[in-house]
Design a protein around this ligand. Structure first.
Ligand SMILES: *Cc1c(COP(=O)(O)O)cnc(C)c1O
Length: 427
């Protein structure tokens, strides 16, 4: 199964003779066994199988296997949300007293997770610019650093991460690079091919793509050698007392240790499982991901080009638009396109942004991106509402900034809608 297209459609599930063609939704919390000895082997991680859906469910495993194939990883798991995926990916290898180096240009929820919630749990962090030099990256590491984190294309700033530069820095300091690859999806970028060790997703976005199911995923490249850094990762490299003294990195190797520990410890203790029904919806989205992404990108580029030439527009951010600050790095990692999200600043500021969005007929005002239907948002009057004008400017979110997530409609219709709405602003 060589191509990404075929993997989107068929990876992860191969029915046997007379079995369902589509993945079955195993709508069962529990599984039956003939003897408690049989079940005991599962609890000891001596045999693989299912006993309780909080830990594993066949529907979820089919879809996780497809996502692992798409990203080129050795193992994967689904979570209840993208937030849960990023929390689990970090908390699986960081304990109180540890430290994370993260790009400052990341999703707001993840920024809060790392800077506020993990800090309350005793895990500290240092944020670095996605544009930092190798020397500046090196300076952010501490002896207790356990992970580096960044987003391929950041939501909402639309900065592009130089994945190789970040991977090299992480590996110089003996820690894995975790990449949130939500925006480009594995159709447009596969961070593992560029040195990332763990990949995460909010599957709520393009992977689902229809605005129906919140979800997340974690994929392990199987490449990071935990045992070579055993002093840093006692959770993977020393016996787990809460699991009969298993040492994950020994028993499951580089390929399986991370996801097995994450499932058998964090999912067991914290929940956050994706429901099998949601996994089924997610799989429907994945079946057409390779067909939808090029159209999102085509529409994004067309809208960005139109906006750039419009007199009411002060600035446009779209990495694949020639002249964008991130154009070269975007073309290196994503030659076929990135995503359908464009942001732009109106000359008229906050008032113009509000007036513009009110006039749009096709694009709906929503706290969402990456949907089949075009949607838009003015961060200053919604997600970043608490901030003053000065704070907004410092955060790179000026009051007149509009984020528009181009859907799958006809691009001429989208541009016509935007053009008529801009007229209201320009009057
Ligand atoms: C939306 C998003 C998240 C959070 O995902 P949820 O599914 O909403 O929990 C994390 N990272 C990125 C890049 C996102 O866009």
């Amino acid at each position: 199964m060589a191509s990404i297209d075929t993997k989107c459609v068929q990876a992860g599930y191969t029915p046997g003779n007379g079995e369902p063609r589509q993945i079955p939704i195993v709508q069962s919390t529990t599984f039956k066994y003939a003897t408690s000895e049989d079940m005991g082997k599962l609890f000891d991680l001596e045999a693989s199988g299912y006993f309780y859906t909080r830990l594993q469910n066949p529907t979820n495993d089919y879809v996780a296997a497809k996502i692992a194939a798409l990203e080129g990883g050795t193992a994967a798991m689904l979570t209840s949300s993208g937030q849960a995926a990023n929390f689990f990916a970090l908390f699986n290898i960081c304990n109180a007293g540890d430290h994370i180096v993260a790009s400052s240009s990341i999703y707001g929820g993840t920024f809060n997770l790392i800077s506020v919630t993990l800090s309350k749990m005793g895990i500290q962090s240092t944020f670095v610019s996605p544009d930092a030099t190798a020397e500046e990256l090196d300076a952010a590491f501490q002896p207790n650093t356990r992970a580096m984190f960044g987003e391929t294309i950041a939501n909402p700033a639309l900065t592009v991460l130089d994945i190789e530069k970040f991977a090299d820095a992480a590996h110089r300091h003996g820690v894995p690079l975790i990449i949130d690859n939500t925006f480009p999806t594995p159709v447009n970028c596969r961070p593992i091919e560029w040195g990332a060790d763990i990949v995460t997703h909010s599957t709520t976005k393009y992977m689902d793509g229809h605005g129906v199911a919140v979800g997340g995923a974690i994929i392990d490249s199987g490449r990071f050698d935990w045992m070579a850094h055993a002093d840093k990762y006692p959770g993977l490299c020393t016996p787990d007392d809460s699991y009969h003294g298993i040492t994950y990195a020994e028993k499951f190797g580089k390929e399986g240790a991370f996801i097995t520990k994450c499932t058998s410890q964090l999912m067991r203790d914290l929940g956050c499982i994706q429901s099998p029904q949601h996994a089924f919806y997610l799989n429907l989205g994945l079946e057409s991901l390779h067909v939808r992404m090029p159209r999102h990108c085509e529409n994004g580029l067309a809208v960005a080009s139109f906006l750039k030439a419009h007199p009411a527009v002060k600035a446009v951010n779209y990495p694949h638009l020639p002249g964008d600050k991130y154009y070269d790095v975007a073309m290196k990692y994503m030659p076929d396109g990135g995503c359908g999200v464009v942001s732009f600043e109106l000359k008229g500021g906050r008032a113009a942004a509000e007036a513009f969005m009110k006039e749009l007929k096709l694009a709906a005002i929503e706290t969402h991106v990456a949907d089949a239907r075009t949607c838009c948002l003015n961060p200053a009057t919604s997600t970043h509402r608490q901030m003053t004008e000065e704070q907004l400017a410092a955060a790179g979110v000026p009051a007149g900034l509009v984020r528009i997530s181009c859907g799958l409609e006809g691009k001429d219709d989208l541009i016509a809608d935007i053009a008529q709405a801009l007229k209201a602003v320009s009057l």
